[in-house]
Design a protein around this ligand. Structure first.
Ligand code: ACO
Length: 311
């Protein structure tokens, strides 16, 4: 009977039908989606930390209000994504525990420090730019709740990207010191953003299966190339230089060729040894512990309401 269900599932996916929470699905499909969606949720939550660092020091009230709204959006994205992951049968508490214990991954990019205000510009422009490139195709993911969550997330991300690019425009047209600050931020975030797309296709363990199941619509390398092609002209407009001596227009392929990525650095960050891994996890654990009383109060209140309704 399972073979029957499995064949029906594969046919539905092939036919571009959406799989919903109560539909039959292979255990491995459930597992890989829980993995990807929960890692995505953790990334949104940990991603609040590097930017939150600059809320109190934003240069104007307008910048501060925009950054505050943006960081709040990231929190909302995390909550949507935990809710989408929960529809696959693992509780949010369990997923959060996996992150806090260091068992679950979150995006490598959030293990780097934000040293100057220009980093807030670079994160919006490049990190959110890379996130959009990766997430627009996820709006067509075969799993309904994930695909639908991505629609709103992508709309908000595109606002974040413009917020960042506008900071870069202002700085790169500012004083020589401001321009140098913008260049330094680009220098420190460029390669790390290329790593966000994941290992090269040949080493991407989940890609083949996720592509067959229409979770992934483009490969890691395809999305990385799209990002480079879209970003080079934006960097030219800013008058900034991408820190890659091998970056060259290839008239034959119609793409920008780029230099070798330091995959050892990527592996080190994934292993927990990036510049900020320990700080990030420590900050999340502290926030979780400090919030224990809120969770207890909310649970007690819900219990009281339930008892009152039952009476
Ligand atoms: N940072 C940390 N881990 C990564 C990264 C990265 N940048 N890229 C890949 N990995 C991990 C994978 O999670 C996987 O580990 P696991 O088996 O323990 O789960 C391993 O490296 C091998 O990679 P792939 O086989 O290529 O994994 P996958 O097919 O899942 O592709 C990708 C990785 C592209 C990140 C995919 O999971 C995805 O599209 N996720 C949703 C988007 C997302 O999470 N974005 C977060 C950053 S954007 C933001 O939050 C603003």
């Amino acid at each position: 009977e399972d073979a029957d269900k499995s064949a029906r599932f594969e046919a539905r996916v092939a036919n571009e039908e959406r799989i919903e929470p109560n539909d039959w699905m292979p255990a491995a499909y459930r597992k890989t989606l829980t993995r990807q969606i929960s890692q995505h949720a953790h990334s949104e939550i940990v991603g609040m930390l590097p930017e939150g660092n600059w809320i109190t020091r934003a240069p104007t009230l307008r910048r501060k209000a925009a950054l505050l709204a943006k960081v709040q959006d990231e929190c909302g994205h995390g909550l949507y994504l935990y809710a989408a992951a929960e529809t696959l049968g693992t509780s949010r508490e369990e997923l959060v525990d996996q992150m806090l214990s260091g068992k679950a991954k979150y995006s490598s990019i959030f293990n780097y420090p934000t040293l100057t205000w220009a980093d807030i510009g670079a994160i919006g422009w490049l990190v959110d730019g890379a996130a959009i490139m990766n997430q627009i195709p996820l709006c067509r993911c075969s799993y309904g709740p994930y695909a639908r969550a991505m629609i709103r997330v992508c709309k908000e991300e595109s606002f974040h990207q413009r917020q960042g690019y506008e900071i870069m425009v202002t700085l790169s047209h500012g004083t020589p010191e401001q321009k140098a600050m913008a260049q330094s931020a680009l220098d420190r975030w460029w390669w790390q953003c290329l790593m966000m797309f994941g290992p090269p296709d040949g080493e991407s363990q989940h890609s083949d299966q996720s592509t067959r199941w229409k979770i992934k619509r483009f490969s890691n390398d395809e999305l990385r190339q799209k990002f480079v092609d879209a970003t080079v002209p934006q960097s030219d407009y800013l008058g900034l230089k991408i820190p890659d001596a091998d970056l060259k227009w290839n008239a034959t392929t119609g793409h920008w060729d780029y230099g070798a990525i330091d995959w050892q650095e990527f592996q080190d960050v994934l292993a927990g040894n990036g510049p900020c891994n320990r700080d990030r996890l420590a900050a999340r654990r502290k926030a979780h512990d400090d919030g224990a009383w809120v969770r207890e109060a909310a649970t007690a209140y819900a219990e009281k309401q339930r008892a009152r309704r039952a009476a």
